[in-house]
Ligand binder design. Structure first.
Ligand code: ASP
Length: 438
């Protein structure tokens, strides 16, 4: 998706998105109408659409680790002075904490107001819990690996999240926080070397980053077809009856995304970043489309980085610094979704959450959003921990798993836009001085 918000490639991707959704919906209806139709549709989705979509996604994932490392280390090394790094890092963290808290509050507030889980049909609940028990068990296994019973376990988990003993092992598992810590330290260390050696290493890292962007360019040639396939695979297998049963819950969560996109973000853009929300959204379209079709902040990062500089005119050093941090830590849509989900499942199971527990949910959702991996369904293992902490049955998550991909597409858009807005704010706050060539 080279170029601006209206480039031919990005238009083709949007056409792919629409074609995938339409064909998927048609296949879904057709499959439901004929004998053995569902299996045939599932075969087309699994054997044709899924692999094509995955090649695209995995090409994007392939570049994420080197790209995050190179851009963040270069960003830090080019910022030069530690004061500026600290200032920008501090602003990024404040942005993450404040906006994620607002998002979790929006999710919880909506669920409290509309209570879609109250009076949820017990038979449907039992059905869904049974049908999605297998998927739930897989998520639970991941969740248990992160669970902390004692204080020592909690301390060790936090240490492992940031500074694992084996950083390569963590990176191989796509755990991004240790990679971020390593890149930050590496960039800071470069600023302490003499100028000649710093510049030589920065040039190397820039070459690595540029080469990764070329790989993204190759992947993007596949994008229109792959996006069609990804969406087809989701829509064609989607249980429309399931969507109907959970329609109220899905509608409320999407309402939350819309409040975030239509009220909170425009307000931040206008008053904090001094930018026109419409122009900003227009420039961000390639990142929005990529986030929606991949459901992954990490896979969208190369596009987000490009859009920030080319279409939204941010400084390279700011984008390189804030966006990799944002893609890993700043998940506003995820915080909103998590708050809403905990309340929804509590309502379905008739668990009353006292005021203090709801405050605890907000705090836990912010940290769960920061810790969630930027991959499809990345927030689900952590949300189970949050639910357990406040006495909501974690296996209740099975009830919503069937519609989660749809919600994930939406929350990833909110996450990625939040990253861009955070970067725009840091860019604005750095002032007009020190403008640099993009
Ligand atoms: N898919 C989301 C993202 O990558 C994470 C999540 O909420 O599951 O931003």
């Amino acid at each position: 998706m080279s170029g601006g918000g209206s480039s031919p490639l990005h238009r083709k991707v949007m056409i792919g998105l629409a074609a995938g959704a339409l064909l998927g919906a048609a296949a879904n209806r057709l499959g439901a109408g004929i004998d053995g139709g569902k299996e045939k549709v599932a075969f087309v989705a699994d054997a044709i659409a899924y692999p094509i979509g995955q090649v695209f996604l995995r090409l994007l994932f392939l570049v994420v680790v080197p790209l995050v490392f190179a851009s963040l280390a270069v960003g830090v090394a080019n910022l030069g002075d530690l004061k500026r790094i600290g200032r920008m890092g501090g602003r990024t963290i404040v942005f993450v904490l404040v906006t994620c808290s607002c998002s979790a509050l929006i999710g919880i507030g909506l669920m409290r107001t509309f209570t879609p889980g109250d009076g949820f049909d017990p038979e449907t609940k039992a059905h869904l819990m049974r049908d999605f028990a297998g998927d739930m068990a897989k998520i639970q296994a991941k969740s248990e690996a992160q669970h902390a019973g004692t204080t020592l376990e909690l301390v060790n988990n936090v240490l492992n999240m940031l500074l694992p003993r084996n950083v390569i092992g963590a990176i191989v598992n796509m755990e991004m926080l240790p990679l971020i810590v390593l890149a930050l330290l590496f960039g800071i260390a470069l600023t302490m070397l003499d100028e000649g050696r710093r510049a030589a290493m920065v040039a190397w890292l820039e070459t690595i980053g540029d080469a990764m962007v070329k790989i993204v360019g190759i992947a993007m040639k596949l994008a229109p077809y792959a996006v069609a396939c990804l969406i087809f695979a989701v829509v064609s297998k989607f249980g429309l009856d399931l969507l109907q049963k959970l329609a109220f819950y899905v509608a409320i969560v999407f309402c939350g995304y819309l409040i975030q996109l239509g009220v909170l973000y425009p307000a931040l853009l206008k008053f904090l970043c001094r930018r026109s929300p419409i122009e900003f959204y227009r420039g961000a379209i390639p990142a929005i489309v990529t986030a929606f079709s991949t459901s992954s902040s990490s896979a969208t990062l190369p596009t987000t980085l490009r859009v920030a500089q080319q279409d939204l005119g941010m400084r390279k050093s700011v984008a390189d610094f804030v966006l990799p941090l944002g893609a890993t830590m700043n998940m506003n849509g995820t915080a909103l979704f998590e708050g809403a989900l905990v309340l929804f499942i509590a309502q379905v199971f008739g668990v009353e959450l006292a005021f203090q527990q709801q405050v605890l949910v907000v705090v836990l959702c912010v940290f769960a959003a920061i810790g969630a991996a930027g991959v499809p369904g990345g927030s689900l293992p952590l949300i189970m921990i949050v639910m357990a902490q406040v006495g909501v049955p974690p296996d209740g998550i099975a009830i919503v798993l069937g519609v989660d991909r749809l919600l994930d597409m939406g929350r990833t858009v909110v996450n990625v836009l939040g990253d861009l807005i955070g970067a725009a704010w840091v860019d604005h706050a750095e002032g007009p001085l020190a403008r640099e060539a993009p």
